[in-house]
Design a protein around this ligand. Structure first.
Ligand code: F6R
Length: 605
């Protein structure tokens, strides 16, 4: 989603702003722009498409000035055009914004009546016009910004810059994250610390409802009631903000390859060498009657897999829902239950809103997040970091398998606390998990045969993924990954559902990817696979050596993964699903790391 940066610096701002915007590219965007104040004059440059277009424009029409704001826009209100691109400017005010101003129509009508007409279709220009109006009425820039912010409803992060003010920026946060960076005689604003990493590692996160007045001397922060607020300054580990491809062609390739290492790290963090769990105090399932898991997209499929684990291993009733439905469904929640929210970014608007709905209604609000400083982590009773490291590729890979790993550990803890498994069984399960990184390395070594299969998949118009039991959500994830980055239509189905409808789609042109380790459900899945082959469907069977030997005959292609206890097989089978999507996208020549229309962190509803 949109990225924001702001600089009150001692050097030319434009190159710093563009560099910071580059570091926010991973969030997804379709236009970009910057504004600076130079000798009191406010000016801006905006371009549609990738940042390189903005950089080209700046070569021909440079922007001088040491104070500036910048933005990458992921279109919400109005198409990706130069007029709709940020910064928006109205008289002496320029604004960049992430989020949605829900009452912008009413404000726009009010402003139009007062003679403040809008050029763009955006909700953001309304903010700039409102501030301009307050300034026209005699308010100072600071008071105009303050009164503007007070009129806004919805979720937003904002940064204001003013003509005639070389040493002033106003930043505000409500619902969308915003970080303030402290330099020496310089101050910065960014959607996240990653954007600011080349400039500073000293960061203050604004809290909900905060707004801040920044000058080169520092930041004065006010809460939603305009009281002075003290917010801690933290030092960010630069390691945690590293966004390099490290020799890989794409971030996604690097992140797929990193999985054995990050999963080993997560296991080391949450378990002991003696075969016991080391989860934070408070992770105690005694007396818990149910777990409700809520997330979006890939993270919701991780919850879907975990539902099988909580129910089968721990005997704990588990519900799952996508956050955008959960938040409006008004589900009754048991006071003895836990609500668990899974999110890579920790900023997904729907998941955050769902968490706020659950707060106070359940015994404990727990989150499984990748960004420990995120809103979801901060608003949970207990936050478990997944320790995947920065994930830049828009299509989630290592965060998914790390989410699964942490959820598996939680399910084991629940099983142990509820007396469903003893110490010996727990140690055996943990052993199986500890073998995962090695097995994942084996799965990664299949990249070349997978690339060859992907060359064929790239020609398909529709692809189906099938799985049973905990492999069913993995079929959903495999299909999501493929459509996200290759733009091929793909669907995941529970194998047993095939004959209830989707089988009508099968013909020789539709590849069907069957993910089936040799588990208790294998024979049933094979029957469904036979139904596909009987209708000339092209089956790719992904299984272990026994499975491929038993059922591979007649399949179009097979891929053999190492043996592992079937219960945790979804974590391993995620790798071929990711590699299939990756190589299919490469074969189609699509933008792997920044697929069209997608954003990394979805901070609007
Ligand atoms: C898909 C993908 C998305 C995210 C979803 C939730 O590859 O990345 O479906 O999983 O937008 O995002 P987080 O996990 O940040 O809440």
């Amino acid at each position: 989603m949109c990225g924001i940066v702001g600089v009150l610096g001692n050097h030319e701002a434009a190159p710093l702003l563009v560099e910071a915007l580059k570091r926010l590219e991973y969030r997804g965007y379709d236009s970009a722009g910057i504004a600076t104040v130079n000798g009191g004059k406010l000016d801006r440059r905006r371009a549609v498409g990738k940042l390189v277009n903005l950089s080209d424009l700046l070569v021909h029409q440079p922007l001088a000035g040491k104070s500036g704001i910048g933005h990458t826009r992921w279109a919400t209100h109005g198409a990706a055009t130069v007029t709709n691109a940020h910064p928006h400017k109205a008289g002496p005010v320029a604004v960049v914004h992430n989020g949605i101003i829900e009452n912008f129509r009413a404000l726009r009508a009010e402003l139009a009546e007062a003679g403040y007409a809008q050029e763009s279709q955006t909700d953001t220009e309304t903010v700039a016009l409102l501030a301009q109006r307050f300034m026209d009425e005699g308010l100072s820039p600071i008071h105009a910004a303050r009164d503007t912010i007070a009129r806004l409803e919805g979720a937003f992060a904002l940064c204001f810059l003013f003509a005639g003010e070389d040493d002033l920026m106003i930043a505000a946060r409500k619902g969308s994250p915003l970080a303030i960076g402290h330099g020496t005689g310089e101050m910065f604003v960014g959607s996240d610390a990653i954007a600011l990493a080349p400039m500073t590692d000293r960061i203050t996160y604004l809290e909900e409802g905060d707004w801040a007045v920044l000058t080169r001397k520092g930041a004065e922060i006010f809460d939603s009631l305009d009281r002075r607020a003290n917010r801690a300054e933290t030092r960010i580990q630069i390691e945690a903000t590293r966004v390099e491809k490290a020799g890989y062609k794409h971030f996604m390739a690097k992140e797929i390859a990193e999985q054995p290492v990050v999963i080993a790290d997560a296991l080391k963090h949450y378990t002991t060498a003696e075969g016991t769990l080391r989860l934070p105090e408070g992770v105690d399932f005694t007396g818990v009657d149910r777990i409700t898991m809520v997330a979006c997209g890939t993270a919701s499929y991780a919850c879907h897999v975990a539902k099988y684990w909580f129910e089968q291993i721990a005997g704990l009733p588990a519900e799952i829902d996508v956050a955008s439905e959960f938040r409006y469904r008004e589900p009754p929640l048991s006071p003895a239950s836990w609500a668990l929210f899974v999110s890579q970014s920790g900023e997904t608007a729907d998941t955050l809103a769902a968490l706020r709905y659950a707060n106070g209604k359940v015994a404990r609000v727990v989150s499984v997040v990748n960004v420990p400083t995120s809103s979801i982590a901060r608003e949970s009773d207990l936050a478990l970091p997944i320790l995947a490291g920065v994930e830049i590729g828009v299509a989630s890979t290592k965060a998914f398998t790390c989410q699964l790993t942490v959820l598996a550990l939680l399910a084991l803890k629940a099983a142990h606390d509820r007396g469903r498994i003893d110490d010996v069984a727990l140690a055996a399960h943990l052993d199986a998990l500890r073998n995962l990184p090695g097995l994942m390395n084996h799965a990664l070594s299949l990249s070349t045969p997978i690339a060859a299969i992907a060359d064929d998949l790239a020609k398909a118009q529709d692809i189906l993924f099938l799985g049973r039991g905990a492999m069913y959500p993995l079929a959903l994830e495999g299909a999501l990954k493929l459509k996200e980055i290759s733009y091929i239509h793909a669907e995941g189905y529970a194998s047993g559902e095939l004959k209830h409808g989707p089988i009508a789609l099968i013909d020789a042109a539709v590849p069907v990817i069957v993910m089936a380790p040799r588990d208790g459900l294998f024979d049933k899945t094979v029957s469904n696979m036979q139904e596909v082959m009987a209708r000339h469907g092209k089956v790719l069977l992904i299984s272990d050596a026994h499975g491929v030997a038993e059922a591979g005959a007649g399949a179009w292609k097979t891929l053999t993964l190492p043996d592992m206890p079937p219960v945790f097989a979804p974590i391993l089978y995620a790798i071929p699903a990711q590699l299939l999507a990756y190589h299919t996208a490469i074969a189609k020549g699509t933008d792997v790391d920044q697929p069209r229309n997608l954003a990394k962190s979805v901070t609007v509803e």
